[in-house]
Design a protein around this ligand. Structure first.
Ligand code: NAD
Length: 366
């Protein structure tokens, strides 16, 4: 029997509530497919500060590097808003990403037909939207040196090396090869030298290593328009750190609620899988949080962390079936529609996973 060790970091606010449901679904897939999941919980964020005075305690550091994958809830606590250094909950997340060396952030955005009403776009624009944003996470303007803030001027540096571009490009091409086979690489090569290097490098990796994947290049301004005007045309959108930060939030709006969105951060070691939302202190402890972003993050963990695409596809289909059956948390319900609790939604997804069949070949790796 195959065994996988998962470090579970529930974190703060609604983090523990949604992570419990994601774990429930992971256990259901283990039962269906006959593998073993060893999941142990560790503190991060404000919970880490409470445990050891550090948002990423030493015990957690050791566990995440040894695990096959890391499942995270969310961090953040208004009571620590003024805290500094390692006592800031959000510092735990940055330290975790650095420790794991995760350089590619993956954010799938799919619009379920039953939830088209929750999107600001017209339903006909949303038909067939199923895209994946691959954002470079550890380079570019956010980390470039020198950087400084003076009285009359300020400096930030945009620098990418060829190996940094190559490794994230490979993540995007590999993902596209398992999806619809198309990469849209986004840059500003008409203005920026760094973008020219980006474009050349992505084109070379595509031609040499992934000739079966179609590649197009878009300027970032046009890509921003494509995301709202014709998002269904995009399969995998690959871009650098700053552009990816902006475009992934723009794409997030398409599906209507933050609570639905998962993410994966991948490097050469264990990956980090977490919903896009924060700790939502305004609704924490009430059992009303939407667990679907966390459950879909567990599906990404299966697909990209443990390389179990069939198990991932079963989870994705179970989530789609639950939404199609009209099960709704408060953030995605129409006025007057009955709502389900966080736990009820997790139970419904897990039940459908257990009743599920291994994925059709056509669905594998989607
Ligand atoms: P947030 O994502 O926590 O909440 C924004 C809004 O969306 C709130 O109204 C919240 O109730 C709602 N929401 C979020 N997730 C939901 C879900 N699963 N179901 C239903 N509704 C949901 O963002 P915020 O309020 O700006 O930040 C709160 C705290 O979270 C802050 O401390 C912030 O630093 C932290 N944060 C952490 C992460 C992370 O852990 N990755 C990301 C963003 C913010």
């Amino acid at each position: 029997m195959r065994r996988f060790s998962i470090a579970v970091l529930p974190g703060d606010g609604i983090g523990p509530e949604v992570t419990a449901e994601a774990l429930k679904v992971l256990r259901a897939t283990a039962e269906l497919f006959g593998h073993q999941v060893e999941a142990r919980e560790y503190a991060v964020g404000a919970a880490g500060v409470a445990e050891s005075g550090d948002a990423l305690p030493p015990r957690t550091r050791d566990a995440v590097t040894e695990a096959d994958a890391v499942l995270l809830g969310a961090v953040g606590d208004p009571a620590l808003a003024a805290a500094e250094g390692n006592c800031r909950p959000e510092a735990g997340l940055l330290a975790l990403r650095k420790l794991l060396g995760v350089y590619a952030n993956l954010r799938p955005v799919a619009v379920h037909p039953a939830l088209a009403h929750a999107s600001p776009l017209r339903p006909e624009r949303l038909e067939g939207v199923d895209l994946l944003i691959v954002r470079e996470l550890t380079g570019g303007l956010y980390y470039g040196e020198p950087r400084s803030l003076g009285r009359d001027s300020a400096v930030n540096t945009l620098r990418y090396t060829v190996p940094e571009i190559e490794r994230v490009a490979r993540v995007a091409f590999r993902a596209a090869a398992e999806r619809r086979g198309a990469v849209t690489s986004v840059d500003k090569a008409n203005v920026l030298e760094v973008s020219q290097l980006w474009r050349e490098t992505v084109a070379r990796i595509g031609a040499e290593e992934f000739p079966e994947v179609a590649l197009e290049h878009l300027y970032v301004d046009f890509a921003a328009m494509r995301l709202v005007a014709d998002p269904a045309r995009i399969d995998v959108l690959l871009t650098e750190n700053l552009f990816g930060d902006i475009l992934s939030d723009e794409a997030a709006v398409l599906c209507g609620s933050l609570g639905l969105l998962p993410s994966a951060s991948i490097g050469d070691g264990s990956g980090l899988f977490e919903p896009v939302h924060g700790s939502a202190p305004d609704i924490a402890g009430r059992g009303v949080a939407n667990p679907i972003g966390a459950i879909a993050s567990a599906a990404l963990l299966l697909r990209y962390g443990l390389r179990l695409p069939e198990a991932a596809a079963v989870v994705d289909r179970a989530v789609a079936a639950v939404l199609a059956a009209g099960v709704r948390s408060a953030d995605i319900a129409r006025a007057g529609e009955p709502t389900a609790t966080t736990r009820e939604i997790g139970d419904e997804v897990a039940r459908r996973v257990l009743g599920g069949q291994p994925a059709e070949p056509a669905l594998r790796g989607r």
